[in-house]
Design a protein around this ligand. Structure first.
Ligand code: SF4
Length: 345
């Protein structure tokens, strides 16, 4: 079997916080990422979804070593990314890029668009030249902006245009892998669709693989081939996009889908039963982290952490009672559909 382009295994990131109380020796620890594993194939898009604070953006930054992991491994094109010294790491960044959420904050206001787009190449040692300038113009064209805009500054653009410039910067070095970190979340809904379509077109044309991080399942569904759902630093479900939407197995995934429009009110009610807020990653609940909010929680859930296990081909879930919950869901859907048919007659 061919090695995937990216292989992440046992990735952990714990942030130690400064303690405000001198009597407490042990510093509080934020368990942002707790043993994440996934592969991404050449040309594949993996969606990574979850509530704000679940650790998904930290995963993207760990892969690119913008922050250093506490443990785990990241292999890119067969290379051990975490073992790389600064020079090869800088070289590898040509192949691994990132698009940030806030196009306003992520673009240096003092640079022209051309300087911004060429930044990744200049940091690799390329020298300014007419060819490079033409490359900036061509890259702008790829993201749907006129070449003449390359002499302007970021403040002269709308939010959607600025994000196109952020995309141009990410693809200028012809990367093989791009982390899209909430890349459309700050945009108006109408602009979101255009930018998602643009990312899809670029992927098709350039054969790029994406890790597409987002909190809106409806948006992620449009672009992802597979989706991993994160909850408090762990992946709780991972499946092909259609499989996940066709039969979500984890109660948390089902709850997230409550925000995605479904046609039958009964199903909407069944799927909306998640309660409360995301607990603090400083003190994650023992056992299954989701148990305080889970309508199906039992004693075992409070003490034993469920492992991610395969329930159907390519469909993994971390829940002790996934089979029973899936069977209950099928019964509910069957009776809802019978009710709907009865009402129709
Ligand atoms: Fe709910 Fe228990 Fe499954 Fe966790 S393991 S999702 S608490 S049923």
């Amino acid at each position: 079997m061919r090695e995937p382009l990216l292989r992440v295994d046992g990735l952990v990131k714990h942030f130690k916080l400064a303690s405000s109380n001198n009597l407490i020796r042990q510093k509080p620890v934020v368990r942002a990422v707790n043993g994440i594993a996934f592969d991404i194939a050449v040309g594949e898009t993996l969606g990574l979804v979850g509530e704000s604070g679940c650790g998904k953006s930290t995963v993207g930054r760990l892969i690119l070593r913008l922050i250093e992991p506490t443990a785990g491994s990241v292999r890119f094109a067969g290379e051990d990314v975490l073992a790389m010294k600064p020079a090869p790491l800088r070289h590898m960044r040509k192949d691994m890029q990132i698009i940030f959420q806030d196009p306003h904050a992520s673009l240096n206001p003092r640079l022209t668009v051309e300087e911004i787009i060429l930044e990744p190449l200049l940091s690799q040692g390329a020298r300014p030249s007419p060819e490079l300038s033409r490359h900036a113009a061509d890259t702008l064209d790829k993201v749907g902006l006129p070449a003449r805009y390359r002499h302007r500054h970021p403040h002269q653009f709308s939010g959607g245009q600025r994000q196109r410039i952020g995309i141009a910067r990410a693809i200028a070095s012809n990367p093989r892998f791009v982390v899209c970190d909430e890349a459309v979340s700050a945009l108006d809904v109408s602009v979101q669709a255009q930018v998602v379509n643009l990312l899809q077109d670029i992927k098709d044309e350039m054969g790029i693989s994406y890790l597409f991080i987002g909190h809106d399942l409806a948006v992620v569904r449009h672009i992802a081939d597979r989706i991993a759902v994160m909850y408090l630093g762990r992946i709780v479900e991972m499946a092909g996009t259609e499989s996940l939407f066709g039969a979500p197995l984890h109660p948390y995934t089902q709850a997230l889908m409550a925000a995605v429009p479904v046609h039958h009110p009964r199903l909407r009610r069944e799927r909306s039963r998640v309660r409360g807020e995301l607990p603090s990653p400083l003190r994650p609940p023992p056992g299954c982290h989701f148990h305080p909010r889970c309508p199906f929680a039992q004693d075992k859930c409070r003490s034993e952490s469920p492992l991610l296990r395969t329930l159907a081909a390519g469909h993994e879930v971390a829940c002790h009672f996934a089979e029973e919950i899936a069977a209950a869901g099928r019964n509910t859907e069957a009776s809802a559909s019978r009710e709907a048919t009865d009402a129709h007659h």
